[in-house]
Design a protein around this ligand. Structure first.
Ligand code: ADP
Ligand code: MG
Length: 327
């Protein structure tokens, strides 16, 4: 009898298939470091899946890049103030979702922030504070209300000439979501995509444990949040400790308040947990602009969305349902 049971266990485990292992690759995409981990039965399968995810992200990059003059996004920007541009359903839908986040955040999040890219540069080429006049002028071309969508022909029109849209705040999150969806379709039941701090995880590790992310405190690398489990969700961190400029001792971050034209101040880092990386990415940027009080208040009203932020004094604040006690 015992022999029979053992035989059955042996047969069924063989039937289930070979053991699964995590396979990892780091690839530079969208000007960022993407780290892919997929669970597969061998290296050939793992590599094949990662190659598909890389191809998908390259495709998205071509669609949303405002650097590539052939992208649909550049076509929209080039026709600003002149005419609507018909775009793919995919880009149209992405812009539509971005406009919803603008409404939700009272314009703190705004893909038309991009015309301000012309005056604020965070690559060390900016030597002095832009003038008040230049800031005023650039902000006059910002305003999500002037992005006109027409769903009968999926066209996008930027009403004012000089207007520009850019996906710097959601692109990596969207790409990570699409790559995850594609891998799931391919039967990859577990994996984690880390797009320079934008994490998207699904399934469990082969040993049955949950995927975990390490969040560090930018004020004190030794005083981190420990390892946090990410179960079928995204975790995105926006920080001002990498891209910023300092004028007269004041730090200006690369996240700009589209309503004033000035970079946001007061917050060092924002981490958002959400079901999708795109939403988490957009909200992390938004909380920076909205500030601690309004930012946390908005997050507290959204289902399945949580946030941890650190202000310039190094104080940590959490949204109301966050279950982290390791601070
Ligand atoms: P990172 O992951 O690089 O920290 P974020 O997701 O926080 O980036 O997005 C910051 C980028 O978003 C900026 O570099 C800029 O391209 C764009 N951006 C800046 N301010 C805004 C804003 N208020 N709304 C939408 N996009 C913005
Ligand atoms: Mg973001």
């Amino acid at each position: 009898m015992l022999k029979n049971i053992l035989f059955f266990i042996f047969v069924s485990s063989n039937f289930i298939g070979a053991a699964q292992h995590p396979y990892k690759q780091i690839v530079k995409l969208m000007g960022s470091r993407f780290e892919f981990t997929v669970v597969a039965e061998n290296a050939i399968a793992g590599d094949k899946h990662i190659a598909m995810a890389v191809a998908e992200i390259s495709r998205i990059e071509k669609l949303i890049s405002s650097w590539d003059s052939n992208s649909e996004t550049s076509e929209i920007n080039a026709a600003a103030g002149e005419k609507p541009v018909k775009v793919s359903q995919e880009l149209y839908d992405l812009i539509n979702r971005c406009l919803k986040i603008s409404t939700l955040t009272d314009g703190a999040f705004d893909i038309s922030y991009a015309s301000m890219d012309r005056i604020w540069k965070f690559d060390s080429s900016m030597k002095k504070m832009p003038s008040e006049k230049a800031i005023q002028e650039s902000v006059s071309n910002v305003g999500f209300q002037n992005i006109i969508l027409n769903n009968t022909d999926t066209s996008v029109f930027l009403k004012r000439s000089g207007m520009k849209i850019g996906f710097g705040a959601v692109g990596k999150g969207y790409a990570a979501d699409r790559a995850k969806a594609l891998l799931l379709e391919q039967g990859v039941s577990s994996g984690i995509i880390n797009a320079s701090g934008d994490m998207n995880a699904w399934g469990k590790q082969p040993d049955g444990s949950e995927w975990k992310v390490a969040l560090t405190n930018p004020m004190d690398k030794n005083k981190g949040f420990g390892l946090l489990p990410v179960v079928n969700k995204a975790v995105v961190t926006s920080g001002n400790y990498e891209k910023y400029v300092v004028f007269s001792g004041k730090r200006y971050s690369h996240i700009i308040d589209p309503r004033t034209g000035y970079p946001s101040t007061g917050i060092l880092s924002v981490t958002v947990f959400a079901p999708k990386a795109e939403l988490a990415d957009a909200l992390a940027t938004s909380v920076f602009v909205m500030g601690k009080d309004i930012g946390l208040d908005r997050i507290n009203q959204l289902p399945n969305v949580e946030c941890i932020l650190i202000d310039e004094e190094g104080t940590v604040f959490k949204s109301k349902n966050i279950k982290i006690n390791t601070l």
